[in-house]
Design a protein around this ligand. Structure first.
Ligand code: AQP
Length: 350
């Protein structure tokens, strides 16, 4: 079975973008894959070092995974800091990756802002830790939103450079496998990961500005629908969502250059598991005053069972803690085997 890995940062309330772009895909992939889903708490301290309730946030992401339908018995759910091999491999990858590669990352540029000299070294090295998260299990498929595409390309570059630089050692230790990369056949240790970005909502946009992605760190809470919002909040945020004065078009082409309308139709389609064309066939010609309440009802219908279950799970944290502990143990066992190979390849004594 293909091995799937993905992670979510415990850095604030999960929103509809995280759910549609990532978590819902995690759930769907369980059927035919071996999946490892991680609460990436080491990543959470890269942009902001001190958090009020990091433990609570970690539990809340794990609860969102379980409430959305991830099965922690068949698959692995754990928090990153419980498996020290992530940081260990990240260090080796820091020595594989080049500073120039990191400097080109748009997420780093966005998050560091103008005062780049003052950003943490961890924020710069974020993609190197992300590559380690995936490759410490030699995972091959990574479901993420569109914003993570560049980081996954970097993970491929790191794997490729490691495979090439250590080619002789990989052969000598007998740890590698033959793989085909494009037209080329190589003998390598780390696979080149495949991003799984496609889906009905690879990039959910802000409700206040259709050109910006929906994000946890947007100062306006009206810009996003949080997984834990109640029905009234959801209805209010959708009612206040920015739109243009025209109604809904009958065809997809009519959404061109109308980012806010396009976003709301896209959200409806993703939540209903329908195509945008199909949604427009139903709502084309209607005003937003008709479409928005229908969208709010649909969002409440999909999200309220998840938030209800999350509340229940977070009421008594012992169940979530036990899931994370068990997942951490199983993840450590798997990562330990890969790190033993990596130590042999690099030439550390163990
Ligand atoms: N707007 C989005 N549309 C689709 N997918 C999205 N993701 C995030 N925003 C959207 C996907 O959610 C997963 C988890 O994200 P994360 O918490 O690890 O990091 P992030 O991308 O930094 O999330 P945020 O909410 O946007 O936080 P800030 O405000 O800190 O930037 C990832 O797969 C991501 O692609």
């Amino acid at each position: 079975k293909p091995l799937v890995f993905s992670g979510v940062q415990p850095t604030g309330n999960l929103h509809l973008g995280n759910y549609l772009g990532a978590i819902r895909k995690f759930v769907a992939l369980q059927e035919n894959n071996d999946c490892i889903y991680c609460v990436v708490d080491l990543h959470a301290i890269t942009a902001q070092l001190v958090h009020d309730d990091l433990r609570g946030q970690i539990r809340s992401i794990a609860a969102a995974f379980i409430a959305s339908g991830i099965d922690p018995k068949k698959h692995i759910v754990f928090n990153q800091s419980a498996v020290p091999q992530h940081a260990e491999l990240a260090w080796i990858f820091n020595c594989v990756a080049r500073i120039g590669w990191m400097n080109r990352m748009t997420q780093f540029k966005d998050k560091a802002g103008k005062d780049r000299e003052n950003a943490s070294l961890g924020l710069l090295a974020y993609p190197s830790l992300m590559a380690a998260d995936i490759l410490v299990y030699r995972a091959t498929h990574v479901p993420v939103g569109d914003d993570q595409k560049q980081h996954l390309e970097l993970a491929r570059d790191i794997a490729q450079k490691f495979n090439i630089d250590f080619q002789e050692k990989i052969r000598a230790t007998g740890t590698g496998v033959d793989m085909v990369v494009g037209e080329e056949k190589i003998h390598g240790y780390f696979p080149l990961v495949e991003p799984l970005i496609d889906g009905p909502a690879p990039r959910v946009m802000s409700l206040r500005d259709g050109t910006k992605k929906m994000s946890k760190s947007d100062p306006s809470d009206l810009s996003r629908i949080n997984l834990m919002d109640d029905a009234d909040d959801i209805a209010r945020k959708i009612r206040k969502a920015k739109t243009d004065p025209e109604g809904l078009p009958g065809e997809i082409e009519g959404l061109k250059d109308r980012p806010e309308a396009d976003n709301l139709v896209g959200i409806y389609a993703a939540l209903a598991d329908r195509t945008k064309a199909d949604v427009l066939a139903e709502f084309g010609g209607q005003q937003f005053s008709v479409f928005k309440p229908a969208l709010a009802d649909l969002a409440v219908h999909v999200l309220s069972p998840i938030s209800g279950e999350m509340r229940r799970l977070l009421d008594d944290t012992s169940h979530i803690d036990a899931i994370l502990r068990d997942g951490g143990e199983r993840a450590r066992a798997r990562a330990g085997k890969v790190m033993a190979d990596v130590f042999d390849i690099v030439g550390f004594l163990r």
